[in-house]
Design a protein around this ligand. Structure first.
Ligand code: AMP
Length: 283
């Protein structure tokens, strides 16, 4: 695996790979890799000839009182995992590479960035879109891979790619979970023993709403109430939101249908965890 830290070297690498007729895949991450990330890499390996994984803890997407400093970083372990996963390149740029001196440009996907997690994390998605666009511009992949776990992020990035006529296709991969349903996340490392035991309630709540939908309830307000009820029964969970929104535009809706997204966020101690489920008609 090659480790590349500069924009110039990364561009040169992709140019050579493309000239050799290779399809380039990019998996953007913030490191502290887990099986969720590895699943994206596996999918990228299946669909591309060469795979670039970026590790960049993007300060722009953290609020002033959020966990940028505390965010888990373990470069040695990440490199080991990436080698085992047969990534071709680790792109690990420093801040000065990503943001040129005097940089002024920000990318915003209006409205979609202000709902759901955007309400309690103002500026978060602007930070995400700005940096993902930069990574796409630097790496210039054919395909880029993102997890359904970050459901709002995925929809926003798809909209950005469409609106800005980006060549790179956005591919999504299903959420990887622990046996008890908890979605894998780098932030699960913040959970104490009791909080870890409580955390699967988030997914259980979403599954209860999905079950009510499958049983014939299409009132979005009811479905949200079902999920809220499940979370309210867990004293260690502090709910941020549960909402039912359009699975493409993230607009609120009153009637749920197949493809509707039910998204939730809750605090367990100092860990703010998110999860979501897309409603389906079948099992
Ligand atoms: P992060 O390092 O948390 O910024 O995540 C990097 C990528 O991995 C994003 O596209 C996430 O959606 C994806 N990801 C994170 N956790 C999971 C998971 N449990 N299952 C699938 N993808 C995930």
């Amino acid at each position: 695996m090659e480790i590349i830290t500069t924009v110039a070297a990364m561009r040169g690498w992709t140019r050579a790979a493309r000239a050799a007729g290779k399809r380039v895949g990019l998996v953007p991450t913030m490191g502290a890799l887990h099986r969720g990330h590895l699943c994206l890499i596996e999918r990228a390996r299946a669909e591309c000839d060469v795979v670039v994984v970026s590790i960049y803890v993007n300060s722009l997407q953290f609020g002033p009182h959020e966990d940028y400093r505390a965010y888990p970083r373990d470069r040695e372990r990440d490199e080991e995992l990436l080698r085992a996963a047969r990534a071709d390149v680790l792109f690990a740029p420093a801040d000065e590479e990503i943001h040129r001196p005097g940089h002024r440009t920000r990318v915003e996907v209006e409205q979609m960035q202000d709902v759901l997690c955007g309400r309690s994390r103002p500026g978060h998605f602007r930070g995400v879109t700005t940096v993902v666009l930069k990574l796409l511009a630097i790496v210039n992949p054919d395909l880029s891979f993102f997890g359904e776990k970050d459901g709002q992020q995925l929809r926003i990035l798809r909209r950005m790619a469409l609106d800005l006529h980006l060549e790179a296709r956005i591919i999504s991969c299903p959420t990887v979970r622990e046996k008890d349903g908890l979605a894998l996340s780098s932030r699960n490392a913040y959970l104490g023993t009791d909080e870890r035991r409580a955390a699967p309630v988030l997914y259980r709540a979403l599954c209860s709403a999905a079950a009510a939908f499958r049983a014939g309830d299409s009132d979005a307000g009811h479905l949200v109430a079902v999920a809220r009820g499940v979370i309210a029964a867990e004293p260690l969970a502090r709910l941020d939101y549960v909402e039912a929104v359009d699975g493409e535009t993230l607009e609120p809706l009153t009637v749920a249908r197949a493809g509707t997204l039910i998204a939730a966020a809750a605090w367990f101690g100092r860990a703010r965890l998110i999860d979501n489920i897309e409603l389906r008609i079948g099992p």
